[in-house]
Design a protein around this ligand. Structure first.
Ligand SMILES: C[S@@+](CC[C@H](N)C(=O)[O-])C[C@H]1O[C@@H](n2cnc3c(N)ncnc32)[C@H](O)[C@@H]1O
Length: 231
């Protein structure tokens, strides 16, 4: 079951990244999340800013962040376990003239060493739900907490309470995701881990997407849990 979910996550993203251009309308790749951009603008004037983007994909956030923080010698460190994501990220960095300010690491997020007190901003956008085991979710978040400088920010958003339906038959099917926490459980975990931080916002956001799997339309229905916190 878990292996199938990993396979499905990799298949879905590989197909998307091969077929859809960054910042083109028609998918979630069309624009960056406004929360990320607001944080980047807020921090943008700091010199030598370091941002860590976990599960960075093809640069939806890394590229516009690099545009802002590169001017003051800042860098975005990107981590993703898909080769195609890394290739497209490098291509996009060159296309948007920010290759000097983007570093890429082809690596599983749970294996990436997050240096202590090193980052001004750490982003984990729609990636923690794809870790290989529930216990890794807490351990990656703990490393994010340790890796953030005093006064720095974390932004986390991940899927909870995922349900999947075949669109044609409306039949509910087993959701293909590695970690599927209930929204309350996720919220309790985050609250506990960030108890010594200033939690700026912790909320849930309903989300729906129709995706193709084996030529079938599948409705993906979940609640995202999202956290903005300052150390
Ligand atoms: C939904 S996409 C989000 C991409 C990017 N954060 C964004 O918002 O545009 C999830 C990304 O995380 C990557 N990913 C999933 N599980 C991962 C893992 N365990 N280690 C590294 N990358 C992972 C996928 O390859 C994919 O690029």
């Amino acid at each position: 079951m878990k292996n199938q979910a990993v396979k499905e996550t990799k298949r879905y993203h590989t197909t998307l990244y091969r077929n859809v251009k960054l910042f083109k309308k028609g998918s979630w790749l069309d624009k960056p999340d406004t929360v990320v951009m607001n944080l980047a603008r807020k921090l943008g004037r700091v010199n030598n800013l370091l941002v860590l983007d976990l599960g960075a994909g093809v640069g939806r956030h890394a590229i516009p962040i690099a545009k802002i923080i590169g001017k003051n010698n800042g860098k975005v460190i990107c981590v993703d376990y898909l080769k195609v994501a890394e290739e497209k990220l490098i291509e996009n960095s060159i296309k948007y003239h920010v290759e000097e300010y983007v570093d890429s690491h082809f690596c599983d997020v749970s294996r990436f060493h997050i240096k202590k007190d090193n980052y001004n901003l750490i982003i984990a956008h729609s990636v923690l739900e794809h870790l290989n085991a529930k216990k890794l979710l807490a351990s990656v978040i703990k490393n994010m907490i340790l890796g953030t400088k005093k006064g720095g920010y974390n932004y986390i958003i991940f899927t909870t309470q995922l349900e999947e339906y075949e669109v044609k038959t409306k039949k509910k099917i087993a959701p293909q995701i590695e970690i599927n926490l209930g929204t309350r459980e996720a919220s309790r975990l985050i609250t506990k881990l960030y108890r010594n931080w200033r939690v700026i916002s912790l909320r849930t956001v309903p989300y729906r997407e129709i995706l193709k799997r084996n030529k079938q339309d599948i409705l993906w229905k979940c609640k995202y849990i999202s956290l903005i916190a300052k150390k």
